[in-house]
Ligand binder design. Structure first.
Ligand code: GDD
Ligand code: GTP
Length: 424
């Protein structure tokens, strides 16, 4: 029997994702028509013998989560539960805290997935590989992919031998270690809890020594990457790498959602063509891959695509042009407005002939294995990095204005055009 744990983090995480994470927890942000972690649940629930999916994080349980969980259980006919950390416990601390619930039923192995990654997850292949790695069933497998030398410094870096055993693991190294990076997806035997438990005990002993002069340290925080992968697993000889060349990307920033949206739509054209809007002589002109929620309205004279998602309750007016963008629930695009490389927030209204435009941040296609860069918002000179335009929720954009490379916080009423600004 198998289980999956999705590490969804908490409200203090996902800061680069603001203002989109102000209205909705980041793991529930829709990409290609479905919440970010819907794609994880869909992939993992397909595995034979997958019995339970546990979401572990420190978000307050809310109606967003309850509704999402209920609909996942109904759709995928699998138990999905949310386990809330009382405070941020780190990527291994959360697993350790809920070990009884995770181990309940005696799973043979547990998939652990970071919520903020997207891709065509090769879970079945990873499982087959994992089974062949060690006869005693006490092994650990990490999914990895290739990155450029420079970009590898932003990820967990892995050095392997010819048998795909991990020799070294360094989390976000300062100098180059390896171009083989962790995808944030793991398959563990239950022996992982022995390693986390030893680490937990060691950390508590160290802390009790310097407790007198201590500024209170949270001794429950354990990080999978630094505390377990770097320090413990390579010595076991049972830590293995499964490498994939499938599409994979982190989702840290709003730009990354546009990039992920495009790739998920491309995956649909192979796996779920029925999810993509078909060409329709009577309807809007559809160019390339476009997802239109059945509960959205798109005027027959609008032109959409490539790589556009229109969510439930959105209304796209006559002559509107949308390309490489995500239109969130309830947004209204009035006549002849033009939306390029942008995210239009929940219930925002874009006036007639307005133009909302961002700058794509795609990886350099000439660099093999290049990933999307996840810049800080500002450049060194203090100016905003040109990036996609993000319109927060409930924003009103008047007719005939231009909003270029900007971020507009929720509930704003713009009265003019803006370029390269954060509108607070
Ligand atoms: N439950 C829980 N509790 N989840 C957490 C916590 C925590 O205290 N801290 C982080 N997470 C979740 C995040 O929501 C995210 O899904 C995942 O754990 C990892 O987040 P970060 O700690 O921010 O790490 P990162 O994304 O910069 O890097 C990780 O992912 C890379 C791949 O995208 C590392 O695992 C890297 O090694 C890896 O290459
Ligand atoms: P490239 O293919 O990258 O050279 O771009 P493009 O020539 O297609 O133009 P751009 O990316 O600027 O615009 C994408 C689409 O939006 C084009 O089909 C344009 O016709 C359309 N478009 C551009 N500006 C406007 C506008 O202000 N209003 C409307 N309704 N459509 C526009």
């Amino acid at each position: 029997m198998l289980k999956t744990v999705i590490l969804i983090g908490g409200p203090s995480k996902g800061t680069r994702f603001r203002p989109l994470s102000l209205d909705l927890p980041k793991p529930l942000f829709p990409i290609a028509g479905f919440p970010m972690i819907y794609h994880h649940i869909e992939a993992t629930s397909k595995l034979p013998n997958m019995k339970e999916i546990l979401l572990v994080g420190s978000y307050q349980s809310s109606k967003h989560f309850s509704y999402f969980i209920a609909s996942m259980q109904q759709q995928f006919k699998i138990v999905v539960r949310y386990l809330q950390e009382f405070e941020t416990l780190g990527t291994a601390g959360g697993l350790f805290h809920f070990r009884d619930q995770i181990l309940n039923g005696n799973p043979d192995a547990i998939f652990v997935m970071n919520a903020d990654v997207c891709g065509e997850f090769p879970l079945k292949e990873m499982l087959d590989f994992h089974k062949t790695c060690s006869p005693d069933g006490r092994q650990f497998t990490i999914l990895a992919t290739e990155a450029t030398r420079q970009q590898s410094l932003n990820y967990g870096c892995i050095v392997e031998n010819e048998k795909h055993q991990v020799l070294h693991y360094v989390e976000k190294p300062h100098t180059f270690v390896s171009t083989l990076i962790s995808c944030g997806i793991y398959l563990f035997s239950t022996a992982i809890f022995e390693h986390i438990s030893v680490t937990f005990k060691e950390m508590n002993e160290e802390i009790s020594f310097d407790i007198e002069d201590s500024c209170r340290v949270n001794c429950s925080v354990i990080r999978l990457e630094q505390d377990i992968f770097s320090k413990r697993l390579p010595q076991t000889g049972k830590f293995f790498v499964y490498q994939t060349n499938n599409f994979w990307s982190q989702v840290k920033s709003a730009s990354a959602t546009i990039y992920a949206n495009r790739h998920y739509l491309a995956i649909y054209s192979r796996t779920h063509p029925e999810r993509l809007a078909p060409p329709n002589k009577m309807g809007p002109l559809i160019i390339g891959d476009v997802f239109i929620d059945p509960g959205a309205f798109v005027h027959p004279t609008a032109v959409l695509g490539p790589n556009v998602t229109v969510s439930k309750g959105a209304n796209v007016g006559p002559g509107a042009r949308v390309r490489e963008s995500i239109i969130l629930e309830g947004a209204v695009l009035k006549d002849h407005c033009c939306i390029l490389y942008s995210i239009i927030g929940w219930k925002s209204v874009v006036g007639e002939w307005a133009r909302i435009e961002g700058t794509p941040m795609d990886p350099n296609p000439n660099k093999p294995f290049a990933k999307l860069d996840s810049w800080d918002l500002f450049q060194e000179d203090g100016r905003l990095h040109p990036s996609i335009t993000v319109i927060g929720s409930n924003v009103h954009i008047p007719a005939e204005v231009v909003v270029l490379n900007s971020i507009v916080l929720p509930d704003k009423d713009l009265d003019r055009s803006f370029k390269n600004q954060i509108i607070l």
